[in-house]
Design a protein around this ligand. Sequence first.
Ligand code: ADP
Length: 626
Amino acid sequence: MEKKQFKAESKKLLDLMINSIYTNKEIFLRELVSNASDAIDKLHYRSLTDKTVKVDVEDFAIDISIDKEKRTLTIADNGCGMTDKELETNLGTIAKSGTLAFKEENNPKDMDIIGQFGVGFYSAFMVSEHIQVISKAHDSEKAYMWESYGADGYSITEAKRDSNGTTIILTIKEDTEHDKFSDYLDTDKVRAIVKKYSDYIRYPIRMDVTERKLKEGSEDEYEDVTTNEIVNSMLPLWKKNKKEIKEEEYNNFYHNNFFDYADPLKTIHTSVEGLCSYNALLYIPEHAPYDFYSKDYEKGLQLYSNGVLIMDSCSDLLPDYFSFVKGLVDSSDLSLNISREMLQHDHQVRLIAKNIEKKIKKELEDMRDNDRDKYEKFYEAFGMQLKFSVYNEFGRDKEELKDLLLFYSSKQKKMVTLKEYCDNMVDKQEKIYYACGESNAKIELMPQIEQFKEKEYDVLYLTEYVDEFTVQALMEYNGKKFANISSEGLDLGDEENSKKIEKENKDNKDMLELMKATLNDDVHDVRFTSRLKKHPVCLTTEGPISIEMEKVMRAMPTEEKIKASAVLEINESHPIAEKLKKLYKKDKKELENYTKVLYAQARLIEGLPLDNPTEISNIVCDMMAK
Ligand code: ADP
């Protein structure tokens, strides 16, 4: 018998399973039962769409049996089965390619990987020393057996099986100090595991159950009676009465179907009757999947037609901005033969999608208003997606999303919605002020922020790179425009003050021109300001590109290097102002040096690099030596 080796990647996963210290080993049964159910689904679906495939739906079943003597646990289904080729490709290589690549990159504990990805068939090696898979494809005459003792490879040989389907025979490991593998040979225990994880499976899961019963006609004599029992309730979870479903059941279903080890943050179970009837079971994950913010991530919901799975991931059911939602939709109004291309234009699907979108939004708003801690958790994971979606597509969806946004408020010292910001405005405040920086702590130190603090104006702190693009796309909220505290001309001073500054700038025009010339093309202007309190200088910008945006765009791999149009502002009431004026009269060379140092300081405060660090350091040292 020819022995084949597992593919390198599969072997690694297998070793992981065989030597697993994962405590929750019982999940192997869930994996095998759901594979069996999937296989029946496939055949069921084929029979509905292809008239030449004939089946009797009533016969569909999964049978579990135990042989204590031989230490075997057997799971058999009458689904689509596998050809020899399919046995080879499906069981010889790991299906979820990329799983291990991910593991190596991120190096989570072995245990996590099992929970996280639900590694499927191979998990049976956690409890078995020998596995036989006997399968006959529904359109094939021949049956084959795939067999393996684990790491040293597998073989595929011809076998006998009367009808289509797959039988998996596990020879259960001997008990060890840590693991009581014999539990998987105990009818009651196995039945309980099936009930726990696979209750909703739509096909009957049958088991022989033996009970001690009083002998007929006797009052004290007992006998063992074996009956074949259906273990699961068979009603799909989403069709059950909400009141009868425990949170644990929802969570188990989620782990099982959507490959997430953590419990969902929120479960949404809804059924709609009317123009278009459907049940939906939706989950908002607690954390973003590892590939969520990459182009590999695919949004979508499972789509069922009256209980039959017709598509594993239907992207038309979710708007891009809610791409993080997992779950399924089951509708009896859908045609089974519907193709991916047709879906987009299908009236029913569009109606369902619209409804689902509304429902998700409503649930998020509810969470925002009634469970803010949870909402903040959600926002931490997916806020970026919402903000990104506000400016995506030229702000097409901004109205839909603007009230779901949160930003940090300087005055309220917590995350607030834009409405909460506006409700808290000081009477005279006309704009929504925001400041951009790497962190709240860094923004706190910005010179520009002083005047806002003094006036007790609330400022939103934008610390993520998408933030500023987002507020620029919004442009305004409830008629209030957004204003960057670092933008030129944003001076909260009164009229008298601004007249004074205007005069200052006029009187010292030549000096300021000279300073600007010293800085070449680096700044657009140099001027006095009254916006600063203690700090001597700051950089502000003119036009739509702020300094933070320049930083972001610099980091992008585009040819075009967009530059913010910067203005060097000097605190008119700081002693440095007088000093500069003096130097202009006495020592123009030194004024140039001062200008360079002041500009360098302003850049450093903004977190921008210096183009001429050596020159600046030398100038400063010369000044110190004087
Ligand atoms: P997954 O189910 O996530 O694809 P598995 O490792 O559990 O990964 O299974 C690999 C593949 O083997 C499945 O995709 C399916 O094609 C096939 N398979 C597993 N069990 C069965 C079964 N009972 N009947 C038919 N095919 C099966």
